[in-house]
Design a protein around this ligand. Sequence first.
Ligand code: BTN
Length: 122
Amino acid sequence: PQQCNLAGSWKNDLGSKMYVSKVDDKGNFLGEYHTAVSSAQKPIEPSPLVGSQHLDEDGQCTFGFTVNWKFSDSTAVFVGQCFAEKGEEILQTSWLLREKVDSQSSNWKATRTGQNTFTRMC
Ligand code: BTN
């Protein structure tokens, strides 16, 4: 069986949860992201994600996905790599969060970046 398949439930260091449905034979997947934090003024809602992963069998594949937030005008992209060490799968990711701004004069402040670590939930 494929190692480091992203399918399943994951939780990150902020407490956000992500549910990835089956990864297809090309490495494409869909899922739902439940963020624990938000910069938006509206109540948080589960939001759809779409992504793809390499299907390397060494358990160290890279991947990326986009989250289209349902409760805000923002979009997030995550890129990362899976590591399977000591029987634990860890996703090391970096993200960009693009916020909608009124005009190009505000473009400079529209993108945040950061890193998140995900572990598999039972
Ligand atoms: C928004 O603030 O407009 C939508 C929610 C953004 C949540 C961000 S995405 C990167 C970081 N990692 C998380 O799990 N949540 C935050």
